[in-house]
Design a protein around this ligand. Structure first.
Ligand SMILES: [Zn+2]
Length: 337
């Protein structure tokens, strides 16, 4: 969010484009981001395959979580969405059309730094008339799978805590926590690069994957040192990058999140499973909507999920442009900002 409880939706002030290598295909890919109307959300189009087929950046569009988060509709697939999505969400861009002429978002330098620069400095943001809807966590939601666990707790704002553990001298256990907003994201997380171990990269490339991977777009970890000439950007760059991936994946909920997410040893597949768990736990979160009262003041009101009493009924997340869930429920709390 641009600031805590920013009520209005935002889009880009002007279009912006970039091109770069795709991490997995090694191809040069061009991407154009354009302003979009209110309630559009973040929507991708594969201009080379089906230029009119929208692929919304939402949980329901996810088709693959191996190596990266891939969304798609039919043949129109877009991979490695997470770094760009993290930048869009953290800067506070709700509505944007993204045309892309290849199967993955350019990897750039392996971080979200170049996207933050493009969005903040080149495109800029423009306030729109309609108000936002937020997802407010009201009770803890827990998800576990082996030694991976993800929790979300009620929190006045959006906070992430990540923990990683690798059996490697240069990483071992790392933990990182941040209250995320446009400024803190740009400064503390956006520049953290994706990373890989030299032996894994060799295996991937032998299997036709990570063909675009190089020291220009990833931290490459050797047996006893980081192989990149400049070393690390942060001492704990590895765990900061995990936080970046988590923020990007959680943006697929389709609305800014008010809650504190704690993720231990998680990856894209676990993030998706956790978001599905959230959908099933409709009594642990609610939508918070901004509205203007008769006096012209902006208030927030909670929209209760219709499954609150029903228990384990799965609540579909709000999809921009479609009628929202819970419209039949009585808007409850009015709270002055
Ligand atoms: Zn990543």
């Amino acid at each position: 969010m641009l600031k805590k409880y920013e009520p209005n939706q935002y889009t880009l002030a002007r279009e912006v484009s970039c091109s770069g290598i795709g991490l997995h295909t090694g191809r040069t890919i061009r991407m154009l981001m354009q302003p979009a109307p209110e309630n559009t959300g973040v929507v991708f189009y594969r201009s080379d395959i089906d230029p009119d087929m929208p692929v919304p950046a939402l949980v329901e569009s996810v088709v693959d979580t191996r190596l990266a988060t891939t969304i798609g509709c039919g043949d129109a697939r877009i991979s490695t969405t997470e770094h760009l999505l993290a930048a869009l969400r953290s800067i506070g861009v709700d509505n944007v059309r993204i045309d892309i002429d290849g199967p993955e978002v350019p990897i750039m330098d392996g971080s979200a730094g170049p996207f933050v620069f493009l969005l903040k400095k080149k495109a800029g943001v423009r306030k729109q008339k309609n108000f936002r809807r937020l997802i407010k966590v009201t009770r803890e939601i827990a998800w576990d799978d082996g030694d991976t666990c993800i929790r979300i707790f009620p929190h006045e704002g959006f906070k992430v805590t990540c923990e990683i553990e690798f059996n490697h001298n240069l990483i071992r256990s790392q933990s990182y926590s941040l209250d995320v907003n446009g400024v803190s994201f740009a400064k503390e997380i956006s520049r953290a690069r994706t990373f890989g171990f030299i032996e894994d990269i060799e295996t991937l490339q032998a299997n036709g994957l990570a063909l675009g991977g190089s020291l220009d777009n990833a931290v490459v970890v050797g047996p006893d040192r980081v192989l990149n000439a400049g070393g690390l950007r942060f001492d704990d760059e590895f765990v900061r990058h995990k936080a970046l991936d988590l923020i990007g994946d959680l943006s697929l909920l389709g609305a800014p999140l008010l809650g504190h997410v704690v993720a231990k040893k998680s990856g894209h597949g676990q993030h998706l499973a956790f978001m599905k768990e959230m959908a099933a736990a409709g009594n642990c979160w609610e939508y918070l909507e901004f509205a203007r009262n008769r006096q012209g003041n902006i208030l927030t009101r909670a929209i209760k999920n219709s499954s609150r009493a029903a228990g384990n009924v799965v609540v579909p997340f709000f999809v921009p442009g479609r009628p929202a869930m819970g419209q039949n429920a009585v808007p409850a709390v009015g709270q002055n900002l």
